[in-house]
Design a protein around this ligand. Structure first.
Ligand SMILES: Nc1ncnc2c1ncn2[C@@H]1O[C@H](COP(=O)(O)OP(=O)(O)OP(=O)(O)O)[C@@H](O)[C@H]1O
Length: 253
């Protein structure tokens, strides 16, 4: 068990944005969340992270409704890296990553060796060890994204939810971040736009269209020419790559 959505719905005003979605993340696996712009991916991720209350259905963590889990306990288990995440300007990389330790500390407890180790490991994993003293406002978009991922890793979560973590990253860093997430000993749920990257790195894929879950399964099961035409309105040819053994999408025009 881990994070599970059962008949989950969420509305903005009278418009249903997340529509009766049921899915479960598999422990230790990477679940990719795909769908066109505005299909409800970010909204669903915020519900799964407990940042938003559903209007229908429920989210459970190891079988317990999220609304019955305290914020601190939840923050020790689940880390969310949002799209366009921002941070107060006048702080360093190290300050931001150290914030990831907050749920593990109490107001009076001193900073520990374990806190230091978690922060150093997280910085190293995203390749920012040398940038620890740099000010947030001087970082590039891609570096900011990696700092936020490091903060989530410093949180030492058992589940990590990432909303388009490769946004702003050059191709080398996109692949590094996805490789990193795939290699972490945690359950991950990751919204992605690049379908070939999703096929390469994710164990399973979920596809949203207009708020509804329209496919769930392995990349081989989910990524079909018919589905991509219906959901994304594109023509493509899909084959198994002789290089990676994974699905590879050739876009046609
Ligand atoms: N608080 C809100 N109030 C009104 N509409 C909202 C609200 N939050 C989301 N929406 C709408 O819900 C729809 C889904 O938004 P969401 O950000 O979840 O989609 P997405 O799949 O993550 O999109 P993208 O790929 O563009 O990031 C959009 O049409 C958006 O405008």
């Amino acid at each position: 068990m881990t994070i599970k959505a059962e008949n989950l719905s969420w509305k903005a005003g009278k418009t249903t944005i997340v529509d009766d979605v049921s899915l479960a993340a598999e422990p230790g696996k990477m679940l990719g969340l795909l769908g066109p712009n505005g299909s409800g991916k970010s909204s669903l991720l915020r519900l799964l992270a407990g940042l938003r209350r559903a209007h229908g259905g429920q989210v459970t963590l190891d079988g317990t409704d999220l609304s019955r889990i305290g914020r601190r306990t939840l923050a020790r288990r689940v880390a969310l890296v949002e799209q366009h995440a921002n941070t107060d300007a006048n702080v360093t990389v190290l300050d931001v990553v150290r914030l990831g330790r907050t749920p593990h500390r109490s107001a009076l407890s001193p900073w520990t060796v374990a806190d230091d180790t978690a922060v150093e490991t997280a910085l190293g994993r995203v390749g920012l060890t040398e940038r620890r003293s740099q000010y947030w406002q001087t970082l590039s978009g891609g570096e900011r994204q990696r700092v936020h991922i490091a903060r989530a890793l410093a949180q030492a979560p058992t589940e990590i939810i990432l909303d388009e973590p490769t946004n702003h990253l050059d191709i080398q860093h996109q692949i590094e971040i996805l490789k990193l997430v795939a290699s972490l000993p945690v359950t991950s749920i990751v919204a992605l736009h690049d379908l070939n990257h999703a096929a390469m790195f994710c164990d399973r894929l979920a596809v949203l269209n207009k708020g509804k879950l329209v496919a769930l399964g392995s990349p081989e099961e989910v990524l079909t020419e018919d589905l991509l035409r219906e959901v994304f309105g594109i023509r493509c040819h899909i084959e198994t790559s002789p290089h990676s053994g994974k699905r590879h999408i050739h876009y046609l025009f």
